[in-house]
Every structure is written in C-alpha cells, then in structure tokens.
Design a protein around this ligand. Sequence first.
Ligand code: F6R
Length: 595
Amino acid sequence: MCGIFGYLGPQNNASEMAIDGLKNLEYRGYDSWGVACKNENGDLLLEKHIGKISEADDLRPEILDSINHLAIGHSRWATHGGVTDQNAHPHLSHSGNIALVHNGIVENYVELREELKKDGFEFKSETDTETIVHLIEKYVSEVGFEEGVKKAVKRLEGRYAFLAIHKEEEKMIAARTGSPLIVGVGPLDNEYFLGSDVPAFYKHTKRVMYLDDEQMVIIDNSGIRFFNTKTDEAIEKRVVELTLDIESAEKGKYAHFMLKEIMEQKDTLSRAINQEPELIEGMAQAIEDARGTFLIGCGTAGKVALTGSYLFSRIAKKHVNFTFGSEFASYQDFLTDKTLLLSISQSGETADTLEAIEVAQKKGVKIASIVNVESSTMARISDLVIPIKAGPEKAVASTKATTSQMAILTLLAYACAGKLNEGQQLLAATAGKINDMLNPRYEDHIKALADKIVDVESMYIIGKGLNYPMALEAAIKLQEVSYIHAEGFAGGELKHGPIALITEGVPCIAIVANDETRSDILSNAMEIKARGGYIIGVSPENSEIFDYWIKVPDAGNASPIVNIIPIQILAYHLAIGRENNPDMPRNLAKSVTVK
Ligand code: F6R
C-alpha cells in the first residue's frame, strides 16, 4: 500500500532512478505518483500526476532534465483524500523547503492539523501526510532538520513510514512504525536507497539494512545512522545480502502477471513442499505443544487459514481456531504464553495481520508464520517461519502464493498426524497433476466459459467441508479482477436464505470434491438448478446436474489446491473479456499496509 523510493549517492540521475524504482513498486498503489529531487542549483523540483507510474514515460517528466543526486518518490493508494494531483505525494512543507513521502495513516492527524493551522501553516491537500511535513518544518525552525524530524516523529500516532528531504541538506531522513521501509546499500561508495520493498532498488543492489518499528535512519555524505524514535538512542545494524530471483519478477511471454503466476503453479507447489522436513516438523511440534492455536490471515490468506482449520481437523484430528487478522484482537482474552499464533501472508506486511501478531506477542504468544516474502516484517518478527518459496507475486490477485500456502498447511496437518511422508507423497502427486492440467487446451476450455458468461451481473459459488473456504476464495478472485458481483457460500447454507438470490441463468459454480461431501453439494447444486441457475461444476467427475463441466484431477485432501486453479483462470479471462487490467484492479493494492 503506497510505494516509497529514495536515493542519495554519487549518480546524477536520481529522479530517473526514482521513476524506475517506483515502477517496480506500482503493485503497492497506482492512483497517482510523484517525485521530488534536488537539482544542481540546490532547488527542490517536484513533479506529481494522477495515473499510473508505468505511464510516466508518455509524459516525459521535466525532473528528468536536471542533474540530481538526491530524490524521493511515491506511488499512491489513496486513504485520506481523493485521487488528485494535490493529494499525490511528495508533499511540500509551508516554505517549500522540505519534501516528504509517506505510507500508512497518521491517526491523530486531525488534532495535529488544527494545531498547525493555528500556527499559520496552510494546507494544500486533504491528506494526513501533509501534517507530518508541516510538523517537521515547525520543529526544524527551532532545532534543525535532524532534531526536527526526531521531535516530529514523537508526536505521530498510528502506523506509518515516511521519508523526508530538505532543500538545504544532502540528506535523507526516514522513520517507520508499522509500515515497511528497507535501506539498500551501494554498490557505489556512499550510495543508499530506500524502498517500501526490495524491488524498488533490486536492479542496483541486493545488500540491505532493515529498519524496524520505532526506528529512524539518517543518511548523508558521512554515512548511515539508525536511531530509536522513542529514546533517540543510536542503533547498530548489519548489512544483509539477499538472494533474489529477478527474472521471475518479469512478465516474460505472458500478457499479464496474473496469468504468468497462475501458470507458474506447475512448479511452485513442488518448491513449496521441497522444504527441509525439520522445518515442517518443528512447526508441527509447536502446534502439538501449544495449548490453543489460532490460524490467521486476511483476504485470500484468510481463506487459506480457514482451509487450514479444516485440514487440521480432517487430517490431524486437531482443533485449530480460525479468525481473520483484523478480527483477532477480539479473542485476546483467550491468549496465554502457551498459545500459538500461526499467521499466513504472502507479503508479510499486511497491517491487520501484523497488528494481530503484536496483540499476541504482548500476551507472550509464540508466533509461527507461513510467508512468501522472506525479507518481510512478519518473517523477521516470527519465532518460526516457513517460506513458501513461490517467487515474487506481482499481480494484485493472489494465485500461486495461495496454493503454496495451502500446500504447507497440508504438510503441517500430516506432520501433526505423524504422517509427513504421506503428505509429501500426496502433494508431489498433486504437483504432477497440476502440471498436466495447466495446458493451453484446458485454458481455452475455461476461456470459452468466460466468453459465455462475460456479461453477467452476479455469480455464486458453493463448496462444502475442505472446499467451503475455496467457495469464499473463488468469490474474492472473481470480485477483484472481473468486478462481477460474486458471493461464496457453504452449499448447505443456501436454503437458509441466499437461495432467494438465484434467478434464471445466473451462473453458479459448484465445487464438488470426490469425498463424503459430494452428494450433499450436488443436491445443493440441484436446488439452484431447479430455480434456473446455470451450474458450472468444478469436479473430477461429470454430473448431469452440470451445465458446464470443468474437470479437475482427483487430489484427495489436496482438493482445495487443484479446485481453485480453474477458478483463477476463469477470473483472469473474465477480467480480460470485460477489459479490466487483472494485474492492477481498481481500488486495490497488493500489500495492504494500512488498517
Ligand atoms: C486477494 C489478495 C488479498 C490478500 C490480502 C492479504 O487476491 O491478494 O486478499 O490475500 O490482502 O495479503 P497478504 O497475503 O500479503 O497478507
């Protein structure tokens, strides 16, 4: 959510590097973008536009014509204030001497804005961000840039990351609490980058230093210094060398990242399950030892977590509680130092999930996480981590991370049952079946369905047992990229109300696994068909109830993994048919770092 970029170093095209870096952060927000740089005359130049940074080249921004060694940039996902040039970042202070970019929310901004207005500061935007830059300026006039920022940070409430520069200083100052910010080091002497995520600068360096919560960093020609924002104490940091697969972050032969990432599921499942057995067994042991385990996640990762609770019940005969990250705090009275929190996240930066972890940590709860981004905050603050190794997932809609997360949960459930080997064999066989399934003919068959239903207004999806969470996940996938009104239900729940929504011809996907739920879910599909619904069966076997059959391999307890894949493909082709950009759906961003 919002991408931040910063550069200070010997190269003289900092603004160009900012635009380039922001393009790699566009998945974090794409409402508007902006760059501020300091030119050779010491002026602060500012350029901001509504629209996507990927379209910046058509504009030929003027800032590219200056020589600059210091630049900051931002791609926005609007929270406070609409999508306008004025609300785009960077924001300038009252005097125009300070430029600032920000990600997150300043919760006490109303109170700060009133105070600053009384002090004579004029506000040009509707953002909470502008309060930070004016507040810094207020203190800079008293105690200078560095001390001014330190003073201002102490007044901020909420979760945020910001980066500020001053017209009269060769310096970048950044602080974070709750939102991600990473320093890239070198490769040239005295060269530093700042980014919300590593892709901001991975072309230039893979050497990083992590900024943690309640920390700030000051970078200038004399080097880099870290401080605690509460106590002002200096902090020592070490440089970490990352190993990143840059190629897999490119689209290659695919028109969109979403399709590429769906197709990558031919390999990603194998990568997920090829873990050191000790890692799986270690986390399974923690689940065994815990007196109460909570599985949490948000959005798609939440649906994965819910699937996990079914997997543990079915395979390991173990009760594991499920709750969405944003709802977890309501259960805090049940937490003790014997509880385990198992959190699922692709990015490892989702604010709602991180806040749940904070709540749990305060109660002494042990934190285990299943994440994709190994350099993420979640991975770093967890006691136990299993990386899913899916490679960069750039499309906003999660696909390959989803199935890899489910694979790890399946392995954990088998490990808890003392049958890790059986789980590994099941998933290895499933990976092979997915490989066979994902061929052009299969995609064409689903595209033909998408062409048929492209203009519908609503869709419904039903599932039962292990595949009930997949009905919910299918709905998210369809909603976010096709913008069709889609809702997922437990098949048995339909007759208790939602069946009133069924009208002639409305498409309903029935996820029908080859298990004890088959006959029930087929009966539910029949109930829909009797009211005119058009039944799309996702199942290893055909049925006379289906109007359209999408065959999936029979994968036993791995059925949620195989069943969601054709629905991902359907969502993709519906998006294309409706002329939506599936990689950057409206109103969304990949990494939701605000509450
Ligand atoms: C949907 C989607 C979101 C994320 C959610 C959590 O396709 O991608 O619902 O699943 O925002 O994100 P992570 O997994 O990064 O914590």
